[in-house]
Write a protein of this length. Sequence first.
Lengths: 154, 154
Amino acid sequence: MADPRWLDDHQQRAWRGHLAMQARLHAQLNRRLQADSGLSLADFDVLVALSERDGPLRVQELADHLQWEKSRLSHQLSRMERRGLVERQDCPDDARGALVVLGAAGRTAIEQAAPAHVEAVQSLVFDGLDAAQVETWAEIADAVLARVDDRPAG
Amino acid sequence: MADPRWLDDHQQRAWRGHLAMQARLHAQLNRRLQADSGLSLADFDVLVALSERDGPLRVQELADHLQWEKSRLSHQLSRMERRGLVERQDCPDDARGALVVLGAAGRTAIEQAAPAHVEAVQSLVFDGLDAAQVETWAEIADAVLARVDDRPAG
DNA sequence: GCACAGTAGATGACATGTCAACGATCACCG
DNA sequence: CGGTGATCGTTGACATGTCATCTACTGTGC
């Protein structure tokens, strides 16, 4: 790396802004969700995915949908299973596999937690943005994602 | 929360995009940095802050600058001290306090790691964006940060 | 049937982040 | 001085995330 292309002022401002925003927003949303419903954002994401399907889901499918590594998901499911949020079942088609379903506590928790979480996202994020900014934001995310996904290993 | 304001399609696209982008970008940058130089992004942030000051820094000042909780920073410094990246010193002005300085290994590591990291940010992020998008991105970050900082507790 | 490479998921070790609580010190005020 | 509350930083317990590794099973080719 002889002569790296340093960030110019505009890029610097956007990048630092992004880093600060994402850190503080994530912390804030996580704290609110935790206080409201005892769920973490990770719990929430898993429960939303299971709610959308509303039925048994292969662990691998869930991992693909969430874009999580399988080991991360396995640990998360173990913690959530301990709390009754999800249940694991044997997979009839493939004895190696496992199915995950929403537990009773999980269904209750997600239904109770979702409205306040969405409201928090609205008030912290979108109430401060106009339509054009929202559109550009989506474009930015797509553009960066295309580049990141383009080189999975580096 | 009787009638939450759900996200419309545009907001949904921007929000999911942001979440996916940030997760994958962070993972990718962290992996590269780790592979290149054995540093994590957290290590990197601390070392950058110490480099900019280039001298002893109070723990509290460092925490303020990074916007980290003091306990997080304390743990991080302990791990980094173990590896020789930073050193802790007693604070002459305030016997409660502590000073942190760049260790020899830390200075070497940051100087070696920074160029490749900046290049990675350029190629993964900014090479895919035009000037207007960068400008809007910075506006978005500022707008959201203003709202998040406005309600520290929720 | 059997060997064997590949896949599904779990696990252990470890790095990271959060929260609550602590000991030490400081600043202020009587 | 001496008490009292605030501040500084650390610590321990625990949740989370990553990596490498493991076991059990699959599917294929022979």
